[in-house]
Design a protein. Sequence first.
Length: 94
Amino acid sequence: MDPPIIAACDTENPIEDLPWLKTLVRELNEDQSDLAEFFFIEIAKYKGETIFISNNCCPICGTVVPIYNCNGESLGVLNDSIKTEDILNSRTVS
């Protein structure tokens, strides 16, 4: 089942309409590694701003989880500069 399309960042479909996000999602979808199935993109709110989290549920990966704003600019890293408890309404979009 495909994740729902969620309007954000002044667009009805940010995955298609934000070039940087479209590229990131395409790279995840084209990844043929054994661990690719564990990686996904989430949309959420942080301090009132829409954010995108390049996350994973990999049981053996020691990963850094970057967080981006609508422009594709890095806001920081999950559980370092941005705490999990400060992220609201997280939903998987890819």
